[in-house]
Design a protein around this ligand. Structure first.
Ligand SMILES: [Zn+2]
Ligand SMILES: [Zn+2]
Length: 274
């Protein structure tokens, strides 16, 4: 079954295309399931003074969910739409996040760490924050946040688990052992929370030129029986499912036969290949 569980659209401010354009593209591509998963609105920084075009305004969230539900119904005979959200983990804001997630009938929630404090580590406008820092220290902070995110129990899917490598900041080769320990501790937290891990193919077109997460992490997740799912993180309907064939090929090579899908926050495994 062809699935794509990670997409964005025009509401977030840095993607293009209406939700319906993603749906129509998904039908064209022959997807069985399409997950709509736009960003959680900003909650810990003031959208008026922070970097612009980060996420939809809070007042748009109900309209986003309504539109997703409308499309789910409208296209039900052609494609299975799943209504999701890519929700940040922001330390100290757990109560607010939990309340928002409980307020809507989501099929699934992707848990992603983008923010270390007020620094969005996935924003190309903010890479100056790396200056003067030890790369490994930032990795430690990032993976500790991933562990805390998993421990909240808010999330179904661990999004782009090693996105901290996105702009090519990688610890020194002699620090590999500690980097691997950090990655594995985060993976263990994902397993303990009974979450699934996403293979996010967008990394292949970023500075790091590598899938999120790395092959090593994917192999470790498989060894620990962590279920996997697939997402392209498309921010343009024309790029829907870009590079997902490579993610699927990797899973096939590693002997994976099923991927995780969700409806009403319930997980169902489906065949990776028909
Ligand atoms: Zn985005
Ligand atoms: Zn993300």
């Amino acid at each position: 079954m062809l699935i794509d569980y990670h997409t964005h659209h025009v509401r977030c401010g840095h993607a293009i295309g209406e939700l319906e354009e993603y749906v129509q593209r998904g039908i064209q591509l022959g997807l069985s399931q399409l997950g709509l998963s736009d960003h959680l609105p900003l909650i810990h920084v003031d959208p008026a003074t922070y970097y612009p075009e980060m996420a939809m305004p809070m007042e748009e969230l109900p309209r986003y969910v309504e539109e997703c539900l409308m499309l789910k119904e409208k296209y039900r005979d052609q494609i299975s739409i799943r209504v999701g959200l890519e929700a940040d983990y922001i330390e100290g804001y757990e109560e607010v996040i939990g309340k928002i997630l409980d307020s809507y009938p989501f099929d699934y929630i992707i848990g992603s760490v983008h923010f270390l404090g007020e620094w969005d580590i996935s924003d190309h406008r903010q890479t100056h924050n790396w200056e003067g820092k030890q790369v490994l220290d930032v990795y430690r902070q990032y993976y500790e946040a991933v562990q805390k995110a998993a421990a909240t129990g808010f999330y179904d899917i661990a999004g782009h688990l090693d996105v901290i490598k996105r702009f090519g900041y990688i610890p020194e080769p002699e620090q590999a052992e500690e980097r691997i320990a950090l990655e594995n501790a985060a993976l263990q937290a994902v397993k303990k929370a009974d979450m699934v891990m996403e293979l996010n193919s967008s990394g292949l077109s970023k500075v790091c030129k590598e899938i999120f997460p790395s092959r090593r992490i994917v192999e470790q997740a498989i060894a620990w029986d962590i279920p996997l799912t697939l997402g392209s993180d498309a921010h343009d309907p024309r790029k829907l499912s870009d590079h997902l064939d490579e993610a699927r090929a990797l899973l096939t090579e590693l002997g994976v036969q099923e991927v995780a899908t969700f409806e009403h926050r319930q997980r169902t495994m489906v065949p990776l290949n028909d």
